[in-house]
Design a protein around this ligand. Structure first.
Ligand SMILES: Nc1nc2c(ncn2[C@@H]2O[C@H](COP(=O)(O)OP(=O)(O)OP(=O)(O)O)[C@@H](O)[C@H]2O)c(=O)[nH]1
Ligand SMILES: [Zn+2]
Length: 202
């Protein structure tokens, strides 16, 4: 049985083009999740796809602490350019620990901890995300295989375990700046993200 139900859909005009906005409900939690779809994603050619974990601070509040907002915009731009693709906007704020714990983690990072140590100090694993709902959302949208925009090899492995066919990885390196440089280097060093390292830690 699917872990999500497709509830409603509408048009969503953006600066880069008109997407279809698809709303899902997660059965186990009642949480809502969204997908932005452009073009026919049900054919057999790989679909350019982004699985984006919610980051209120980066996506909506212009934070420079991370790269999320930049990745979100770049992914939508790239999909619109190809006139075909899907972005899942998954409500897994803070890699699954939620907004308030992410702010607690940021407070520890303000005092010198890195993003992984801060999670651990709060009693969480570095990354709590489970991608089952993503696999089910892709299935509900009729997507057969994806070209996945990500730098995170664990995301690809988790999806493959859930029978999502990842045809290729498309790098998505966006928005490095003095405030997220250390964070991005930590992701590369401790979480295995495939990011070009930058020695100039601000
Ligand atoms: N706990 C915690 N979560 C963070 C922090 N910075 C960003 N996030 C969350 O991390 C999630 C994004 O994950 P990332 O590790 O940046 O990237 P990814 O999705 O694993 O990999 P990409 O596909 O390459 O972007 C979002 O849910 C953000 O809210 C942080 O310092 N601590
Ligand atoms: Zn972020």
């Amino acid at each position: 049985m699917s872990s999500v139900t497709l509830v409603a859909q509408s048009k969503l005009p953006t600066p880069w083009g008109i997407f279809t906005l698809v709303g899902f409900e997660e059965m186990a939690t009642g949480k809502d999740h969204a997908a932005l779809v452009m073009g026919d994603v049900t054919t057999n050619e790989p679909v350019l796809a982004r699985i984006h974990s919610e980051c209120l601070t980066g996506d909506a509040l212009f934070s420079l602490r991370c790269d999320c907002g930049f990745q979100l915009q770049a992914a939508l731009e790239r999909i619109a350019k190809q006139k075909r693709g899907v972005l899942l906007y998954v409500r897994q704020e803070g890699r699954g620990i939620g907004l308030l714990n992410k702010i607690r983690a940021y407070h520890l990072q303000d005092q010198g901890a890195d993003t992984v140590d801060a999670n651990v100090a709060l009693g969480f694993a570095a990354d709590l995300r489970d991608y089952t709902i993503c696999a089910d959302m892709l299935k509900a949208l009729g997507v057969n295989q994806v070209d996945l925009m990500t730098n995170n090899p664990r995301k690809i492995k988790s999806l493959q375990k859930l029978d999502v066919q990842v045809h290729a990885r498309v790098p998505l390196q966006e928005g490095r700046n003095p405030y997220n440089n250390f964070y991005l280097n930590t992701k590369a060093g401790k979480l295995g993200h495939m990011l070009e390292q930058d020695d100039k830690e601000a």
